[in-house]
Design a protein around this ligand. Sequence first.
Ligand SMILES: *Cc1c(COP(=O)(O)O)cnc(C)c1O
Length: 223
Amino acid sequence: MQNFKENLINAIEKIEKARIAVDRHRIVRLVAVSKYSTTQEIQALYECGQRAFGENKVQDLTQKANTLESLPLEWHFIGNLQSNKINALLKLKPFMFHSLHSLELAKQLQKRLEQEHIYLKTLLQINSAKESTKSGVMPEEAIEIYYQILEECPNVKLCGLMSIGAHSTDCNLIQKSFETTRALFEKLQNFGANTLSMGMSGDFELAIRCGSNCVRLGSTLFK
Ligand SMILES: *Cc1c(COP(=O)(O)O)cnc(C)c1O
């Protein structure tokens, strides 16, 4: 646990280097993915200054957010949301939901949000390398679906896109998948899209060079 401060400083240094090399006016948000970490470890990273944390299971988020209730943390939900978990997620009032994967899920969310008179900031997940193992909308249908959600689901506050880089050891393929998402993001900038969530421990510098302004880092911080 004593390495956390060093891990965080190293990560921030790399993020800063990458972003200043491409666009010094861009701010890059760092979400610490705590899905394999304990509440004690989250607290240790909090004490190093980190505030935004991401979880991929509603049950884990519930348990950790409740345990750490007294800390001013910003929770991000980055996992596959099953419709029977919508109520539990909304109860936690997460800061942002990164992994909206379909119009159907948006409509289910809209129904609940409307009943509660609340809003949820969300990102549309893009399956940028068209992998059967990943969820998200296909790049060619993304714009249409984005518009439909904007129109039909006003309480689902769409504010950008999220994607996981291609599952590959070939940097060119990963880069291509990030560029696909970035091109879509640029088309949506006149429609309120301001967040492009791309990049994990193995590929966040590349993601930033490809336009990301939000990286989700787990293993490199909590090692
Ligand atoms: C686990 C996870 C991450 C973090 O992965 P690391 O490789 O540990 O940095 C980022 N995004 C999503 C969606 C994840 O599920």
